[in-house]
Every structure is written in structure tokens, then in C-alpha cells.
Design a protein around this ligand. Structure first.
Ligand code: ASP
Ligand code: MG
Length: 421
């Protein structure tokens, strides 16, 4: 008997009909002789609607009460799904995150899982029932309060349960067929990837691929959980995200995919004294805001002035806070001025085979040059090359790079208008 964890995203349980359809699928999995644990997201756009509602009441909603509100979304879908399964004659029991033993730290809105003790879920399975767990939520023992894991956190709930229950596979059901070599809405020739390593998936997720949340992939990688990302609207095989053991050789394509991200901005700090300790000082100020910065580029200083410029990228949503923190500390840090640019796009080319193949950067830069696209920043890791371009050239950049690396498929990718969530 296998233990399968299935996670259904909001688009898969958007209305009563969808819930019934998903229930059938779950019951089939159970009838095939598997133990089944299901993690659900809130129906459709419920979470966004609840956030809007909170904003109408007060723009300052945060913390404990916001988490109380948002976790209601998953409570609705878990109960309805359990009812739908029961009506098909199969035993099902729904559990909130805390009932399922998802213990987190106390950070409301982006809590981290610190312990998973799914005793009641295990007991439900032992009793022959299907266990349905509300995604995206947990419980802090210190405060006794309900927490949420951050937007998209149901993926993490599913992976954490799969790890704790030692599941055979964790299936992530969404409204697209799997992980693609690029966003099919941008690159019609994008292909579904059959198998990808968690290492590559992490880089793609970090670079803007929305189909899986980065924290869920990190968790799966750390705990050796195999993910199967697939559509709940058909029975096609999706994408397996695997964790090859050390030394195990997997045949890896040089390039797995191209991701892009329009959610970042660039801050340039002009006229930074080129003396030891300045970068440390500046990035300590930036770190105090909790912003997640990404690419950093420092220019060569001119001998005449002894001054240099430092640029870095960060989420647009953190732009205001970081600018203010830097401005407030201008005198101490000793720079001249700040520039803010939110019209940038970031492209990342990811592939484990990059490690052992020369010429990948040259090919990337040539493809962009031939398309007349200017590169503003470059950064690399072992298995990724990222570049920043103007926002309005990013889609074209993704298309030419995808094609230059031979990733284009023969047929047009099927797009269901899905969001990948
Ligand atoms: N419902 C939550 C959200 O929309 C969690 C999730 O869907 O994973 O962010
Ligand atoms: Mg959702």
C-alpha cells in the first residue's frame, strides 16, 4: 500500500462542481489501494478576497487577526471536500492545520514550520479514512495562536506532511500540466518538463516560475520528498521533481528552463566611497528592513573621485521601505544619492548541466544581442545565469533565449488560461 499526499490548489476547488470532481479523483486513488492524505487551498480567489475585505476594514490589518481571517478560507474548502467524499461513500475526516499537528514559529503571515506531528492524520488513515488537511496554516505553541505560512503556503503544508508521514509521493495538483521550460503564455513553444532535480526547480522558482513555491521546494529537497506537479483537469503525467542521491548520476540536459520576473526593482546607490566596510554598512542597513535582495553589482570606482556605484535588485513591494532606510542613514553611509528603477525585468537561465558545459553565457548574451536587447546586470550561480533588461523587452528576451538553447517544442503548449496555482 502506498501513501500518497495530494495537494489541490485554489483553481482546482473553485466551486461546488470542482470540489465534486476532485472528490471523485481522490476516491479513485483510495480505491486503487492507496492511503490518501489531501491538502487543500482556499476555493478560487478566496484568500485574495479576504485580504481585500480586511483592507476595507482597515489598511493596517496584520498579524494575529489577519491569520484568523485567512485560515477560514482553507477551513471552508476542507469541510466541503470531506462532505463530497463522504457522499461518494468513502470515509473522510477534515483537520485544520493545528489539528493536523503543523507546529510553526510565531511569525504571523509567514510562519515557518518547526515540527509536524500528524497523529490524528495517521489515526484517520489507520481507520481507513481519507484525511483532508487545510493548507497554509499552523499553530504556535508559545502564543497558542493560529499562524499562516505565507501566500501559496499550501504547497509547503503538503510537503511537510509528506515528509512527516513518509509518503511515497507528494502530488501537487494545479491548473497547468506541470513545470514548463518557460511560461507557455509567453513562449507558445514551451515544453512540459518530465523530470527535473529539486536543485534546478529551486532556481526556477526563485527566478519567478510560479508553479511551485520556493519554500515548498526547499522543504522537499531537505527532506528528500519527491514531488509530482500535475493537472487536476486531466490524467496526464506531470513533472517529477526529484532529489538524486549524492553520487547518483542522472542524465541532465544542459538547460532545463528559462524563467522571468517582472516583480523586482533596482536601486542604485550613487557615489559610495570606495573604502573597506562600505558595502557591509550599506547592506546592514538594507538587511534591517528584512527585504530579500537578489543581484548586487558594484562598479569599478574612478581613481579621480574614489567613488563607486552599487546597484541591487529587490521586490518592488520592499522598494519604499529600503529607500527610506537608506535615505535615513545617508549621512552615516556617506553616499551621494539614490536611484530607483521599477521598469526592469529579470531573466534566468537554469540548468544543472551548466556546471560542465562551456559557452553557455556566450550563447545567452549572443542571443540577446542578436535580438537587440540590452543587458543591464548579470549574475551567476553554479547552475543559473541571470540578466536584467528593460521590463518591456523581457518577454522577447525569454523567447529568443528559449529558442537559442533548443528548448522550443514542435507543438504549441496547451494553455487553459490557468495561472499555475
Ligand atoms: N490560499 C492561500 C493563498 O492563496 C494558500 C495557497 O493557496 O496555497 O495564498
Ligand atoms: Mg490560493
Amino acid at each position: 500500500m502506498s501513501l500518497i499526499v495530494q495537494k489541490y490548489g485554489g483553481s482546482s476547488v473553485a466551486d461546488a462542481e470542482s470540489i465534486k470532481r476532485v472528490a471523485k479523483r481522490i476516491v479513485e486513488t483510495r480505491k486503487a489501494g492507496n492511503e490518501v492524505v489531501v491538502v487543500v487551498s482556499a476555493m478560487g480567489d478566496t484568500t485574495d478576497e479576504l485580504v481585500d475585505l480586511a483592507n476595507q476594514v482597515t489598511p493596517l490589518a496584520a498579524g494575529r487577526e489577519l491569520d484568523m481571517l485567512l485560515t477560514a478560507g482553507e477551513r471552508i474548502s476542507m469541510a466541503l471536500l470531506a462532505m463530497a467524499i463522504k457522499s461518494l461513500g468513502q470515509e473522510a475526516r477534515s483537520y485544520t492545520g493545528s489539528q493536523a499537528g503543523l507546529i510553526t514559529d510565531a511569525k504571523h503571515g509567514s510562519a515557518r514550520i518547526v515540527d509536524v506531528s500528524p497523529t490524528r492524520v495517521r489515526a484517520a488513515l489507520d481507520a481507513g479514512a481519507i484525511a483532508i488537511v487545510a493548507g497554509f496554516q499552523g499553530f504556535n505553541r508559545g502564543t497558542g495562536d493560529i499562524t499562516t505560512l505565507g501566500r501559496g503556503g499550501s504547497d509547503t503544508t503538503a510537503v511537510a506532511l509528506a515528509a512527516a508521514l513518509n509518503a511515497d509521493v507528494c502530488e501537487i495538483y494545479t491548473d497547468v500540466d506541470g513545470v514548463f521550460t518557460a511560461d507557455p503564455r509567453v513562449v507558445p513553444a514551451a515544453r512540459k518538463i518530465d523530470r527535473i532535480t529539486s536543485e534546478e526547480m529551486l532556481e526556477l522558482a526563485a527566478a519567478g516560475a510560479k508553479v511551485l513555491y520556493i519554500r515548498a521546494v526547499e522543504y522537499a529537497r531537505r527532506h528528500g520528498v519527491t514531488l509530482h506537479v500535475r493537472s487536476s483537469f486531466n490524467n496526464n503525467e506531470g513533472t517529477l521533481v526529484v532529489n538524486p542521491k549524492d553520487g547518483e548520476s542522472v542524465e541532465e540536459p544542459i538547460i532545463s528552463g528559462v524563467a522571468s520576473d517582472l516583480s523586482e526593482a533596482k536601486i542604485t546607490i550613487v557615489g559610495v566611497p570606495d573604502v573597506p566596510g562600505k558595502a557591509a554598512q550599506i547592506f546592514t542597513i538594507v538587511a534591517s528592513t528584512d527585504a530579500n535582495i537578489d543581484m548586487i553589482v558594484q562598479n569599478v570606482s574612478t581613481a579621480a573621485t574614489g567613488l563607486t556605484d552599487i546597484s541591487f535588485t529587490l521586490p518592488k513591494s520592499d522598494g519604499g521601505t529600503v529607500l527610506k532606510a537608506l535615505e535615513d542613514n545617508k549621512a552615516v553611509a556617506g553616499f551621494d544619492s539614490l536611484q530607483y528603477d521599477d521598469q526592469i525585468g529579470k531573466l534566468a537561465l537554469v540548468g544543472a548541466g551548466m556546471r560542465t558545459n562551456a559557452g553557455v553565457s556566450a550563447k545567452l548574451f549572443t542571443a540577446l544581442f542578436e535580438a537587440g536587447i540590452n543587458i543591464e546586470m548579470i549574475s551567476t550561480s553554479e547552475i543559473r545565469i541571470s540578466v536584467v533588461t528593460r521590463a518591456d523587452t523581457i518577454n522577447e528576451a525569454v523567447r529568443v533565449v528559449h529558442s537559442a538553447f533548443g528548448l522550443d517544442g514542435d507543438e504549441e503548449a496547451q494553455v487553459y488560461g490557468g495561472t499555475g496555482r
